[in-house]
Design a protein around this ligand. Structure first.
Ligand SMILES: Nc1nc2c(c(=O)[nH]1)N[C@H]1C(S)=C(S)[C@@H](COP(=O)(O)OP(=O)(O)OC[C@H]3O[C@@H](n4cnc5c(N)ncnc54)[C@H](O)[C@@H]3O)O[C@H]1N2
Ligand code: MOO
Length: 396
């Protein structure tokens, strides 16, 4: 792979990852469904409300017995919400009823308790009458059996989970998540929390890529690390390929003496080379034993930019999530950019909608990345942009 444009590399990645888009259905507990994507239209197995019930705490009556008020009626029964025998209203009486309780046959309206007084035990005076149907929640008035509650492809939000629970589903069929493994490489890497010896650094790319992938709707099946030993890297890959549909590696792809990713995957048919962008220039891609492997450069910002530019929307689409697209912002200050390479600078959106540069273009500036909220996209022909120019920005 000689130097290619971002578009050319993105198209090649798209082809390599085509199979990721074919998803199966997975039945999961409703309690775990938040953020998942419904696999097919979900139809209601019942009417909602399930039965005719009261909208108010009050008295269920026949509206004809309260046309003239005030009127005093005998209280023939008390109906609470909860398990109950089906009740019939004694003609000419009132049934005291609680919100949500089934309305007895023969009653067609509810008089709220606020519109009543108690003249003596066992009777109620209705001060204000109500017409037929008032405060009556009819069976099926919300939804009828068979109606689609949640369409296929919906990202399940609390409101969708609410209706699925209300009709009695304990489980839901969702789109399976793309299974991705992350493999970081480098003899210098140790886990956060470890004691560092000279020359060591904390591995941040593993956890970063995993977080990005989860945010894109992927299931991260492994976050593994390899030294620069080809044998060890091969072992880690062999393990990752057992559960993953996609493997993303970081590091080991440029021009040094110990480029384990390139050294192992290159001879296995991997394409390694340079993309005309910065950060994220060195890139690789391989079909390893039938599993696609995307190899990103190890610099922390390069890894993130690579994920955003080449993988994020493919993973999101496979997961059933909408793409994250760039928008336009106005530059707060002037920008210079080297010719021949697309630049992705870190920017921070100001309250007035303009975008400000955050630190320099260096791909090791991981703290600056955290302060930024967008990547400012400068095309490869542009070398200078004045303050006030419009630029495309990608959400981080
Ligand atoms: N002679 C040349 N040297 C370099 C070139 C080049 O074209 N010619 N390209 C540079 C560019 S651009 C990049 S980007 C890097 C890519 O290098 P690698 O992908 O081989 O990555 P490493 O050398 O393994 O690491 C680079 C850098 O990132 C740190 N790193 C790596 N992994 C992690 C991790 N998991 N967590 C945190 N930090 C990590 C590593 O320590 C290095 O500092 O190559 C340039 N060199
Ligand atoms: O491509 Mo490297 O990512 O410029 O630093």
């Amino acid at each position: 792979m000689s130097a290619v444009s971002v578009e050319e590399h993105a198209a090649a990645v798209e082809t390599l990852l085509a199979a990721l888009g074919t998803r199966t259905e997975q039945r999961i507990p409703l309690t775990e469904a938040l953020g998942r994507v419904s696999f097919e239209d979900v139809r209601s197995p019942v009417d909602l409300p399930l039965f005719r019930n009261s909208q108010m705490d009050g008295y269920a009556v026949d509206s004809r017995s309260v046309t003239k008020t005030p009127v005093t009626l005998e209280v023939s029964t008390i109906i609470a919400a909860g398990p109950t025998e089906s009740a019939v209203l004694v003609p000419g009486s009132a049934a005291k009823i609680m919100t949500g309780a089934p309305i007895p046959e023969g009653a067609d309206t509810i008089v709220p308790v606020e519109d009543t007084t108690i003249p003596s035990a066992g009777s109620v005076t209705i001060e204000r009458g109500r017409g037929a149907g008032e405060f009556v929640r009819e069976q099926g008035s919300d939804v009828r059996v068979g109606t689609v509650l949640v369409e296929a492809g919906r990202v399940l939000e609390p409101r969708h989970i609410s209706v699925l629970a209300a009709v009695g589903f304990a489980e839901v069929d969702v789109r399976s998540r793309p299974r991705v493994a992350v493999v970081t490489t480098g003899a210098e890497l140790v886990d956060a929390g470890s004691t560092l010896t000279p020359g060591q650094i904390y591995d941040s790319n593993g956890i970063t890529l995993a977080a990005h992938l989860r945010a894109s709707g992927a299931e991260v099946v492994a976050v593994a690390r390899s030294s620069d030993d080809p044998k060890r890297f091969r072992e880690v890959l062999d393990e990752a390929r057992r559960s993953a549909e996609l493997i993303i590696t970081s590091g080991g792809v440029s021009m040094g003496d110990f480029e384990v990713v390139k050294d192992v995957l290159g001879p296995l048919g991997g394409a390694f080379g340079s993309v005309r962008m910065q950060p994220g220039g060195p890139q690789g891609m391989t079909l390893f034993d039938g599993i696609p492997v995307l190899s990103f450069p190890g610099n922390p910002v390069s890894t993130v930019v690579s994920y955003i530019m080449f993988a994020r929307n493919i993973v999101r689409r496979a997961a059933g999530l909408p793409p994250i697209l760039p928008s336009t912002a106005t530059l707060h200050e002037s920008v210079v950019s080297p010719p021949g390479r697309r630049q992705l600078l870190r920017g921070r959106l100001c309250d007035d909608g303009r975008v400000q540069l955050v630190a320099g273009p260096g791909s090791h500036l991981v703290a600056a990345l955290a302060w930024a909220d967008v990547l400012i996209d400068i095309d490869s022909e542009t070398t200078e942009l004045a303050a006030g120019s419009d630029v495309e920005v990608w959400p981080l």
